[in-house]
Design a protein around this ligand. Sequence first.
Ligand code: NAD
Length: 359
Amino acid sequence: IQWEKQVRNSAQIHRSGGMSVLVTGAAGFVGTHVSIALKKRGDGVVGLDNLNNYYDPSLKKARKSLLNSRGILVIEGDLNDAKLLAKLFDVVAFTHVMHLAAQAGVRYAMENPNSYVHSNIAGLVTLLETCKSANPQPAIVWASSSSVYGLNEKVPFSEADLTDQPASLYAATKKAGEEITHTYNHIYGLSITGLRFFTVYGPWGRPDMAYFSFTKNILQGKPITIYRGKNRADLARDFTYIDDIVKGCLGSLDTSGKSTGSGGKKRGPAPYRILNLGNTSPVKVPELVNILERHLKVKAKRNIVDMPGNGDVPFTHANISSAQREFGYKPTTDLQTGLKKFVRWYLSYYGYNNRKAVQ
Ligand code: NAD
């Protein structure tokens, strides 16, 4: 009873026309920011996260405490726990699901391939099964990834481009997720929006990502490894600042339309969309390092090696005209400004001498 009361309180809507959103992966990087933004504008938010130890669990716990301090409950549980999901939908008639829980990272797939299947495929299906049976059915917005474009060399990447050359198992599970969600849209009338995020960075970010681990190593005086691609070409990424991604997530939720089924039965055609959320301005990785050096006021020790072919793609570049058309998506933070904010957060969280940093 106490649990139900907490869930209901957290899901409470405080604006007219607001939504109640189940945010999966709420203790993750993107989930934390999206949950806070939703709560701030008066929407109800309940988080779900298994707080796994893919990276520093203490960082996830700190994000969870931050969310708690904003009145957002984060339930510790796994996407594959169908009973828990059903119980949540019994307590709250969620209007929307923001599905961000996943096994992220392209290289870890070489070490633990099954964790990708567990979270990105089996977990996704368990969530969709719950949503399909819910009454009313929630609209679903979920995170796919720019990695689905794989080794495609036509830039910028548009949603209709081929996604037939995944470079990692991670990319393959995201691509599978697009097909799986499309099927649930056809059969059960679930409203689905898949967002292809392009290298998201910012405060409370992910320690496994290059900008984050570079910062840590530069401060500790350790070398950083910079990959280069074919013919010694620099790798480039369409780095997208977290606040721009949050705007894209909220814009998607606001325009996601209604699911048209209930209790597992379809009543009519429901919307299905795939949208790029990027910055449309790729930056070469060595330039990222230059910017970090300037903000940190420390020189990096560069170790430049050929890309080992374990999941990375040579470059990414988003065409964002679809999201622009759908809800006026327009990224506004350049890498220089965004990294400044990241570095400020990093130094305040870990301290200049990096004592708290994970190994
Ligand atoms: P993250 O790892 O920080 O967040 C994901 C969260 O999901 C984690 O807190 C993790 O504990 C949780 N989780 C994982 N498996 C779970 C499961 N089975 N049950 C419950 N919780 C589980 O990652 P992020 O950077 O915040 O990414 C959010 C989403 O966006 C992910 O789907 C990711 O694949 C996608 N994405 C991210 C980026 C990026 O650059 N950050 C780029 C493209 C796509």
